[in-house]
Write a protein that binds this ligand. Structure first.
Ligand code: SF4
Ligand code: SF4
Length: 77
């Protein structure tokens, strides 16, 4: 089945993220929310490109399989 959705998305590990903001600046899709020095979070815009993972020096970004649409809508807007 064809889909435009990514099969992987970034996940920021809460216990590792120090809020350096590098991942958010690197993301071409504006998919990472967060204020500097605070925990960052990936939003529904993530396309799974992996750029944020390359930027994070603390290994706080994991690429995880995108969950199937089990609980209804997952659209951000
Ligand atoms: S690059 Fe890593 S440590 Fe920095 S804000 Fe992103 S996830 Fe957190
Ligand atoms: S994997 Fe790509 S699109 Fe997703 S949050 Fe990271 S940089 Fe943005």
């Amino acid at each position: 089945m064809l889909t435009t959705k990514p099969d992987k998305v970034a996940l920021i590990l809460e216990d590792k993220c120090k809020g350096c903001h590098l991942c958010a600046k690197a993301c071409p899709f504006d998919a990472i929310d967060g204020e500097p020095k605070q925990l960052h979070k990936v939003n529904g815009n993530c396309r799974g490109c992996g750029l944020c993972q390359e930027k994070c020096k603390l290994n706080a970004v994991e690429m995880v399989p995108k969950k199937p649409d089990a609980a209804g809508h997952e659209e951000a807007m």
